[in-house]
Design a protein around this ligand. Structure first.
Ligand code: ZN
Length: 356
């Protein structure tokens, strides 16, 4: 075997080995290293050329030609393999980054208004629709606004029944307390109205927190009331009944029968307790209405002349009706909530079920 035949056989074996290696390259880095190994300046093909000095002048170009052919061929193989590996890498990346649009989204927990606040908002909105003005008053009240002006003088037994939280502080010597009902807002709203030089009509809804020193299954030391009143010429019990009928049917989202029972409150005369036909048994009688078919929901009446006089409204021209309701009680009836304390324990399972 001549030198040139040996060299060509060597080149052929390098070519075959290189093709095998390139085909087996697992990624582009391995492929680059193989390219250097076979085709680089100090690579195997170049290494063969070093022996060219021992060949005859006629044979040297032949070897050069063979080396160039193999080099060109191998470069094509590398290019093809590189494209293949690139496509595989792209496919792998696309697979890794794929988004499954059929997966359910991540749910962010969403807050909701407390059921009592929802109730307050619903009730206030109904009166707002009827044209009542929304008013608020302080939770720390004077004895005058909470009692005296509402026709509850110091010796009146109703004061004792209110289980009042008295405060150590006084205002101009007058005892301060946590208001026991929202009725003092009636006084404050009328005082402001008259003080500003206005004449009735005046129609107000006053939602808010009230406090009584009382705590059991049906009583909480803090609870919510909505006070509603209207003062105008010729206001009668018929107006009161009409507003109650509209409000209670709107709030319970059904036509509820109502019944006014004579009662006594110091700040109204005549006074009536208001019952609705039981929303649970439609008046047939059940555990909740204690078989009567009726449920007491609020207290109402015609504003006592003494109350109007305390804020300098002329009772020979004007009269008015007023009522106050317990927000928790109505929310419990509307949603069938059995225990008042659920509102204040803040168990998220309950609040979530009641969420909007
Ligand atoms: Zn019932």
């Amino acid at each position: 075997m001549s030198d040139i035949d040996a060299m060509i056989a060597q080149l052929e074996s390098i070519r075959q080995q290189a093709q095998q290696d390139f085909a087996a390259a697992a990624d582009s880095e391995v492929l680059t290293a193989l390219k250097v190994k076979y085709l680089g300046k100090k690579g195997e093909l170049t290494g063969v050329l070093k022996g060219v000095g021992g060949l005859s002048v006629e044979d040297r170009p032949r070897i050069g030609q063979v080396v160039n052919t193999i080099k060109a061929e191998l470069e094509q193989v590398i290019e093809a393999r590189a494209a293949e590996l690139g496509a595989q890498a792209d496919a792998a990346r696309i697979h890794a980054e794929r988004i499954d649009v059929s997966l359910p989204g991540r749910v962010m927990p969403r807050g909701a208004l407390h059921p009592v606040q929802q109730g307050l908002d619903e009730m206030t909105a109904i009166f707002d629709r009827m044209g009542f003005m929304i008013a608020e008053g302080p939770e720390i009240e004077t004895e005058f606004h909470n009692f005296d002006a509402l026709n509850i003088p110091p010796e009146h037994p109703a004061r004792a029944m209110h289980d009042t939280f008295f405060l150590r502080d006084t205002e101009n010597g007058e005892p301060m307390l946590l208001r026991t009902h929202t009725s003092p807002v009636q006084i404050r709203a009328m005082q402001r109205f008259v003080g500003d030089g206005h004449e009735p009509p005046l129609a107000v809804v006053a939602p808010g927190r009230v406090y009584r020193c009382d705590s059991d299954v049906t009583h909480s030391p803090m609870f919510h009331q909505v006070e509603v009143f209207k003062v105008d010429r010729d206001v009668s019990m018929a107006h009161l009944k009409g507003v109650l009928q509209y409000f209670l049917s709107a709030y319970f989202e059904q036509e509820v029968p109502i019944r006014l029972r004579p009662h006594y409150f110091p700040f109204t005369e005549p006074s009536a307790e208001v019952d609705i036909g039981c929303v649970f048994c439609a008046g047939k009688g059940c555990r909740i209405c204690k078989g009567s078919g009726w449920i007491e929901v609020l207290g109402s009446g015609m504003i006592h002349p003494n109350v109007l006089k305390s804020v300098n409204i002329d009772t020979s021209i004007y009269s008015g009706f007023a009522f106050g309701l317990g927000v928790e009680r109505l929310v419990m009836l509307k949603h069938g909530i059995p225990d008042l304390r659920l509102f204040f324990e803040n168990d998220v399972r309950f609040l979530r079920r009641m969420g909007a």
